[in-house]
Design a binder for this molecule. Structure first.
Ligand SMILES: Nc1ncnc2c1ncn2[C@@H]1O[C@H](COP(=O)(O)OP(=O)(O)OP(=O)(O)O)[C@@H](O)[C@H]1O
Ligand SMILES: [Mg+2]
Length: 258
């Protein structure tokens, strides 16, 4: 399998809103390598979700191209959103199986595939539970399982842990790193959390707004993730983030006295 599952070239997306034309991003290029976690980081409104939606085929570009390599079973891409979007009347097993029921994914159906993914994701004991019996973190793992079970070539995650409390979020970040490595997944993940980006990314691309562009990219080596290096890079990324979104940078003004 070639080493370039996803390539975006010269991507431009414009929206027309009440007579105004908004260029969300323009002439944007990116390439995602096999089995990497590519993190798109950027301030609110810079076009991260729009770009993921375009890659997922849920929206179209005005200019440019998206090239996706098909997966083992012809499925090229799967997407997970901030909310798990599980069907409340189906059990965990049934929700995960759902991804395989679509005709496009029939090739990925194999005996025991759902059970195997539930085991891999630590969900076997919840196989017969319904969504309203799950915690937010468990529900999001089920949502990821539903996508991964179809074995897409690239998995797109749009702030998948954004709705979770900080502790659950940290646990799931570590868990995601584990399954990404054990299953060899190729992941494009959107976040505006610098810590999350630096913790998870093999590469982190910072998007600047109006129009959205990739202003800078950092590469991390999994082997050389020593805490001092991560902390230094995190500060560098935070500074760069402050430069692309000055209004969102932490204020240096004195806090009002209480
Ligand atoms: N269907 C649409 N019609 C008009 N404008 C849109 C549409 N979808 C997105 N936009 C606009 O495009 C811009 C980028 O939106 P997008 O959701 O991609 O940002 P984002 O980087 O994901 O932000 P956040 O971090 O808040 O999720 C915003 O100004 C948004 O209002
Ligand atoms: Mg978004």
């Amino acid at each position: 399998m070639a080493a370039l599952p996803l390539r975006v070239t010269g991507a431009t997306r414009r929206f027309r809103d009440r007579g105004h034309q908004l260029t969300v991003f323009e002439s944007l290029d990116l390439e995602v390598q096999d089995r990497e976690i590519f993190v798109l980081l950027g301030p609110s409104g810079c076009g991260k979700s729009t770009l993921l939606r375009v890659i997922a085929g849920l929206d179209v570009l005005d200019e440019g191209t998206v090239t996706l390599e098909a997966g083992d079973h012809g499925r090229d891409v799967g997407i997970v959103f901030q909310q798990p979007l599980l069907l409340p009347w189906l059990t965990v097993t049934e929700n995960v199986s759902l991804g395989l029921d679509y005709r496009a994914n029939q090739g990925a159906r194999q005996d025991g595939a759902v059970e195997a993914i539930l085991a891999e994701f630590g969900l076997s004991e919840l196989a017969h539970a319904y969504p309203d019996e799950l915690s937010g973190g468990q529900a999001q793992r089920v949502s990821l399982a539903r996508t991964v079970v179809t074995r897409p070539r690239v998995i797109l995650l749009d702030e998948p842990f954004g709705a979770l409390d900080p502790l659950t979020r940290r646990t799931l970040q570590q868990w995601l790193l584990g399954i990404q490595q054990s299953m060899g997944l190729t992941v494009v993940m959107v976040t505006h959390d610098v810590d999350e980006a630096v913790l998870l990314g093999d590469r982190v691309a910072l998007m600047s707004p109006s129009p959205g562009r990739i202003s800078r990219t950092w590469q991390f080596s999994r082997e050389a993730r020593d805490p001092a290096h991560l902390a230094a890079t995190r500060d560098e990324v935070l500074r760069a983030y402050g430069e692309v979104a000055p209004s969102l940078a932490p204020s240096t003004a004195a806090m009002p006295a209480i």
